[in-house]
Design a protein around this ligand. Structure first.
Ligand code: SF4
Ligand code: SF4
Length: 142
């Protein structure tokens, strides 16, 4: 799981960066997941290698990994003058950005269903998560 962001980066650092903020999108999950039913869907998402889950306090988001079609081989935006407002406003002045690594995003990243289930079993003491984890490990054909 990723650690919390500790370093501040701003737009001036872009020339040294690989355009990391153009290599994924985040979609907020409307309501903080709590029930096994809700987590069942999230576990299913996490079985897809392009999907990660970001938890920042009570806010949970889906991270869909994949490069924006406008990011060129020099890590520059091909439609810079016409880019969306969201891109123009990033990074927010007060927070900075994560520079060239998604691992510095503020919050915790769950990369796999097993990471999420381990967190739910160990930190949240969810018995159902422990059972599912054991079942996945016992079922997996290695
Ligand atoms: S992640 Fe930060 S430093 Fe890198 S391109 Fe985006 S705004 Fe610039
Ligand atoms: S439109 Fe340009 S600035 Fe926005 S994500 Fe794509 S490459 Fe990055």
């Amino acid at each position: 799981m990723a650690k919390k962001q500790e370093i501040y980066f701003n737009g001036d650092d872009c020339r040294f960066c690989n355009g990391m903020c153009c290599r994924y999108v985040t979609i907020d999950i409307e309501k903080e997941p709590r029930s096994e039913d809700r987590f069942d869907e999230i576990i299913w998402w996490l079985f897809n290698p392009n999907i990660k889950i970001l938890k920042n306090g009570h806010t949970w988001s889906i991270l869909v990994m994949g490069k924006c079609e406008n990011l060129n081989e020099s890590c520059k935006c091909d439609i810079y003058e016409a880019r969306p407002d969201l891109c123009r406003e990033y990074p927010p002045e007060e927070d900075g950005c994560h520079f060239d690594s998604i691992k510095r995003l503020e919050g915790t990243i769950f990369n796999t269903a097993e990471e999420l289930l381990t967190y739910l079993a160990d930190d949240r003491k969810k018995e159902w998560a422990k059972k599912r984890l054991e079942k996945i490990r016992a079922t997996k054909i290695l």
